[in-house]
Design a protein around this ligand. Sequence first.
Ligand SMILES: [Zn+2]
Length: 394
Amino acid sequence: MTSPHDTGQTCLTCGATAVDRFLHLPAVPVFCNVLLPTEVEARDAPRGDLDLGICRACGHVFNLAFDPELVKYAEGYENSLHHSPRFQSYAEELAAELRDRHRLTEAHVVEIACGQGDFLKLVCSEPGCTGTGFDPSFRGQAPGKGIAIEREYFGARPLEKAIDLICCRHALEHIDDPAGFLRMVKSAVPAGSQPAVFFEVPNSLYSLRDGGVWDFIYEHVSYFCGRSLSACFARAGYSVRRTWETFDGQFLCLEADDKEAGSTPPVLSPVPAAGELVGLAAGLGGQMNGLLESWRARFAEIAAGGGRVAVWGTGSKGVTFLNLMGDAGSVGVPVDINPQKQGLFVPGTGHRVAAPENLAELGIRLVLVMNPVYTAEIEGMVRAQGVDAEVVGV
Ligand SMILES: [Zn+2]
């Protein structure tokens, strides 16, 4: 199968040489999740290009221009979503499911890229269960009894203790050779140990099909669908058991293990045919420009009346959106409930992050909720501040 957009590059997950280019966003901030202490530093934050390609064989999306040298994770990386009650309850349900399904009593769990260990603690909450987490951005103390966190990348040293479950959430999409990384994970497991493996990543279908267009960020090399995620694990030698969607379709989960595949085929979450995904990708640039034009017009109207627009959420989506809005976004006020983000500045644009308590004094006419899954929760917080502005999920 040939294509006029073919790049001659090889797919990161399935290995097919069938990758089309479909969207170019130049000079976006390299770190959407690192807010800066001053406006000047924020405007001078490092930038890189997004040059997105899609595999015609498995539907995998990745950044052809990704440069791993530009990306280093360390302290200052504030990516904890645990401040949101909605996300917290999701994490609790997910941890309970893992505990039940894998009978995690008297068990040992390893978490790759565990952040501050909040999720690992939830997974290891049954009696006698221990956990080891790995994350170079870890700061502070282990979050609970039986939990040890190594402030280093997973794989830096061989593991010795038998493992029942390896989990890894929202990290694989950051890695420039995901199949190679999965092979490394497999080889790090001590002999005789056959852990179940649970991975969670953002679901590319949400961005390609369901309107989550602000999710394309430099930090993510890869955007997986069920087919490409499964292909990646199979290529690394795992037996994939199933993939499924969570969090209103925004996330994609996979379970695999190192045992023989047997007679039961994996249960994969539904994914449109690769050709259909290529078509959706091809239309994405136009869709994104249309949305930006309409929001620029709305922002200009509000600015003309002396008002401002709250852009709620300074994770990837909010930061990407403000950067793509250009000058029209200057009446935007980023808002975040995470106290560690308040008062800091958005990379690229230099907006200062406000707290919900500041809303009433800012003349807010419109509140854009960058992740619609939180709209009800945020509308409640906006009203609690005595602000009657319209609240819209973007
Ligand atoms: Zn592929």
